[in-house]
Design a protein around this ligand. Sequence first.
Ligand code: RB5
Length: 145
Amino acid sequence: MIIAVASDHGGFALKEKIKAFLRTREDIKIVDLGTNSEESVDYPIYGKACGEAVASGKADRGIVCCGTGIGISIAANKVKGIRCGLCTSVEMAELTRKHNNANMLALGGRTTDPDLAIEITKAWLDTEFEGGRHKRRTDMLDEMI
Ligand code: RB5
């Protein structure tokens, strides 16, 4: 599985920690779309780039980080075909896969403990979509943009 990762400066440190975790997984190849430092940058650029990598099929899924995870998830969700879930708990990560078939995960570098963020990432990677009634709803989402 190819995972695209991206962040702004507020999510940079967490993105690096997520990458270190992803490197421990033999089934995952990482594509890092930046940013590459804590110098201030604009999160819409990085959310859009990661969303486009997933929507185009260059990556199977994407993980984005900013200070709160909010701005970069909003940016990602503006790309057609993206369902990006901002998660602050393992339960949310499981549900955003089971119910929303989230192809992107957003995390807050300033709001979520890094160790919890890794647990959230594991749950999001390893939980399958349940389909059924949830597929009808995600199809409705995908028709919106
Ligand atoms: C950057 O200061 C901050 O606004 C950004 O990382 C994010 O939290 C926006 O939603």
